[in-house]
Each structure stands twice: as structure tokens, then as C-alpha cells.
Write a protein that binds this ligand. Sequence first.
Ligand code: 6PG
Length: 241
Amino acid sequence: MNGQLEVVADAGTLAHRAAEFIAQRAAHANERFTLVLSGGSTPRAVYQLLAQAPFMNEIPWGKLQLFWGDERCVPPDDADSNYRMAREALLDHVPLTPAQIHRMAGERPPSEAAAAYEQDLRLLFGGDLLPRFDLVLLGLGEDGHTASLFPGTAALHETNHWVVANEVPQLHTERLTMSFPVLNNAKDVVFLVSGPGKRAVLQRIFAPVAGQELLPSQRIQPTHGALHWLLDQAAAPELVR
Ligand code: 6PG
């Protein structure tokens, strides 16, 4: 396993540590801080903390540009929407303008939504160069997926597009997701992993067996950035506790 590893006592400590990390990176950013939010349930507590003191007062909100690493193909007010989770936990409570919030349009036809998001990125990052996000937050599924890069799906092989619509047969759905080239171009990538359900997949990641196919999350290897694993004790396999 490459990257820096930190194991903390519990989910609450993990959320606080993640909020500290985000606030610290944002505070040291120059004129802009581009942050890619993760979906799922783990980050909710992190986003809630960011909207409270002390982080609420430490973060230079005017510098932030918020993105999503993936989104479900649902409307923004759907219970499954990653945007809705972030809106309820964070966006409704902090001084961000609509122009700072780059939502993936889960309500649109997936391929259109992916193309539109990529166009948004090209406009914001200035053309054809791969965007280099300041900080990407990622979760880890028990099957080793991250963002919406699921085992055995087409998006794992995407090398050109920055954002794609990805058919996920195991979920009987399509998802929108950033691709490996974009995620691996970030300055900092942080996996936030909590709970005993993730212990087995972390065991496979931290003690890889030669010849075993890499899980999608194992293919997150920043080309010129830093990878961080932030785990709580419940998720951490024996060998890293
Ligand atoms: C999503 C996420 C996904 C998530 C993992 C972990 O849209 O669901 O992007 O990759 O991070 O499935 O989810 P939990 O935090 O709920 O365990």
C-alpha cells in the first residue's frame, strides 16, 4: 500500500481529523482551493463539522470551489443524491455562492451530465490540461470501489474523459464518476474509511497478494501528489493498528 496512513480511535475522531486536514489545506491555499467531495455516508460528519466552529471560522470560504467525485443518477433533492447530502450537512450552512458549487447533474441523461461536467471543468481549469484538484476526498466500498469506479465496470478503463457515465450492473444503475486520470492528478487524495465493514477490504489493500487483481481503490495512485489513508480503529486491519 502506498501513501500515508493515520489510524484514529473512532468515527468521531476521524471526522474531526478530516475536517482539520481540509481546513489546514484550505487555509494555506493561494487564491483558490479546489475541493472534490466524496459521496456515501462517512463524509457526512466531516461536512457537518466544517460548518461549525472552529472550522467554520478557519476556512477561507471565498477561496473554495467545490466539486463531486461522483454522483448518483438522481435529482438533487433525491435521498440518494450526494449533492443533497452535502447540501444538508454543509452547503446550507456556509457562505458559498452558487458559482463556487459545481454539482454533477444527476437528473440529466448520464452521458449528457458527464459531458457537461467535463465542460465545466475545462472552463474552470482553462482548457485541455488535466485538472489538478487541490484535495480529493474519497470513500471506500466493501468491494474496493471508490467514487463510482466499481470493480468490473467500463469506467476503470477510461483514459481520455475526465468524467464519465458508468454502468454499474451490480447496482442495476448508472453513476457519474471522475476517472482515474483526473483523480490521480490531484495534489492530495484522502481516503476516509470507517467501521468494521471495511476491515476485510483494507486487509486486501494493505496486505496485497501477488498476482491478485488490483481493486479500483488500489489504482488511486497520485502521479505527483500525496495519498492519505485516514481510518478509524474499527476499520483498520490488525496489521496497521
Ligand atoms: C458514493 C461514494 C462511494 C462511497 C463508498 C463508501 O457515491 O456512494 O462515492 O464511493 O464513498 O461507497 O461509502 P460509505 O461512506 O457510505 O461507506
